[in-house]
Design a protein around this ligand. Structure first.
Ligand code: PEP
Ligand code: MN
Length: 338
């Protein structure tokens, strides 16, 4: 950490900073320039309180040198981490596509959806049994019954199950139903208590980006999960809020490139909640893979027009199959397969 003093800072103000650093267990290296004095803090930066130092009279700025995230950082683990979801590797050479309906509706819908997912060549299935809806009057999800419908349909096709957890009180039920990956949605990215709870399990966690979260905040949210002992984390970029009204969210492909550099953990892209329209999904999916994503999370419904949730962004099974065909050459250009 570096503390930059104001150009007119007095010696006793510099001393006050040094004393404060000592009380935090850090040493100081004072460098007096012609214009300004700069203090380098020596020791474990995690023990330094930036805000406290910033508040000392005479301090102009405090700059952290170390990254605040540790376990999720690429510097902690240089190689790409592969997260196994129900035996399917995410983050390796093969690009993985997690597909399925926005919400679990009926056993028939889930059976047809699972057949569509497997038929398109996808190896993982998504579906929400608990739905975070903007309106309390909208369908809230089929609940525990939905978990059962989902499990039965997915198991029949040999597909691991990915589903959203909104409330830690349901965590034990999720474990009982043996879901293969727990999705944490955009609205819960900074629900720190929920993150701590899933951090205590060993289930893979798909951590969606908060709709207005910076990459650093997102990495710190993942660090909450990792700090609890669960390092099976997959990031999911699903678009951020912007000024634009022509589409639902703005897919931040730059974040994919940044994350692949900052973390060793896998990154997937959700083109469905980004675009918000089925016709946009292929273009955004291609962009995500081209940017280096390890996979996709895509909404597909056996009859999109009949979907109880997010009908206008769901691909049909045929459209999903078509999309899978388009991704091969892009993955291939990056030395990957699908
Ligand atoms: C979803 O994947 O169904 C979902 C609700 O996504 P998000 O949390 O990104 O809005
Ligand atoms: Mn949805």
């Amino acid at each position: 950490m570096i503390i930059i003093m104001n150009s007119d800072a007095a010696d006793d103000q510099v001393d006050a900073v040094v004393d404060r650093l000592k009380s935090m267990g850090l040493d100081a290296n004072i460098s007096r320039g012609v214009e300004q004095t700069v203090i380098g803090a020596i020791g474990d930066e995690a023990r330094a309180d930036k805000e406290v130092l910033q508040a000392i009279p005479g301090v102009d700025d405090v700059i952290r040198v170390m990254k605040p995230y540790k376990i999720v950082a690429r510097s902690y683990h240089k190689e790409d981490t592969v997260v196994e979801v129900g035996g399917v590797p995410v983050g390796g050479k093969t690009v993985q596509v997690i597909a399925g309906p926005c919400s679990v509706e009926t056993p028939e819908q889930m059976k047809a959806a699972a057949e569509g997912v497997a038929g398109a060549g996808c190896r993982l299935m998504r579906g929400g049994a608990f739905k975070p809806r903007t309106s309390p009057y909208d369908f809230q999800g089929a609940g525990v019954e939905g978990l059962e419908m989902f499990r039965d349909a997915a198991r029949a096709q040999g597909l691991p199950v990915v589903t959203e957890l909104m409330d830690s009180r349901m965590l034990d039920t999720f474990l009982e139903y043996d879901v293969d990956a727990i999705q944490i949605g955009t609205r819960n990215m900074q629900n720190f208590e929920l993150l701590k709870e899933v951090g205590r399990t060993h289930k893979p966690v798909i951590l969606k980006r908060g709709m207005a979260a910076t990459v650093k905040e997102w990495l710190m949210a993942a660090e909450y999960v990792a700090a609890g002992g669960n390092h099976n984390i997959i990031f999911c970029e699903r678009g951020v809020r912007s000024f634009e009204t022509q589409y639902r969210n703005m897919l931040d492909v730059t974040a994919v490139a940044v994350l692949k550099r900052e973390t060793h953990l896998p990154v997937v892209v959700d083109p469905s909640h980004a675009g918000g329209k089925a016709w946009m999904v292929p273009a955004l999916a291609r962009a995500g893979i081209a940017a280096g994503a390890d996979g996709l999370l895509v909404e597909m419904h056996p009859q999109p027009c009949e979907a109880w949730c997010d009908a206008d962004q769901a691909l049909s099974p045929e459209e999903l199959k078509g999309l899978m065909g388009q991704l091969g050459p892009i993955a291939g250009a990056l030395g990957r397969d699908i």
